[in-house]
Design a protein around this ligand. Structure first.
Ligand code: THU
Length: 130
């Protein structure tokens, strides 16, 4: 699958977001080590801290399907129809880190509508490991 197709899957997952409180829709699409695609969207809750991020949903779907490693994760976020720059939140950087290696690519859109590719070391330097 091309990067553009994966990004399209993230955009499509974004359309299913449940975000009545923030209005900020996020979708994530992962390619795992077997080439399988796993998607997630943010799911908010009236009790705000219970909301979950799109990346968390996609990672949970990957693990439940037997995937072990993230080869590429694409993230699309924004309010309404528009997508905006949406790099993963701090907690999701740690979640991605758990299943990433140095070659894992994290694809996000910047404010100039350009897609950028980050590594987990870019987004989470000096990370926590056990
Ligand atoms: N959100 C994500 O799904 N992923 C991120 O990495 C950043 C934030 C969601 C959480 C909440 O539902 C909404 O975006 C606004 O913060």
């Amino acid at each position: 699958m091309s990067d553009e197709e994966l990004l399209e899957r993230a955009r499509a997952a974004r359309d299913t977001a449940y975000c009545p409180y923030s209005g900020f829709r996020v979708g994530a699409a992962i390619v795992d080590e077997n080439g399988k695609i796993h998607i997630g969207c943010n799911v908010e809750n009236a009790a705000w801290p219970l909301g979950s991020c799109a990346e968390a949903g996609a990672i949970a779907a990957m693990v439940a399907a037997g995937g072990k490693r993230i080869v590429t994760i694409a993230i699309a976020g924004g309010i309404g129809e528009q997508t905006h720059a949406c790099t993963p939140c701090g907690a999701c950087r740690q979640r991605i880190h758990e299943f990433a290696d140095a070659a894992t690519r994290i694809l996000v859109k910047d404010d100039d509508e350009q897609w950028r590719s980050f590594t987990i070391a870019d987004l989470l330097p000096s990370s926590f490991h056990l």
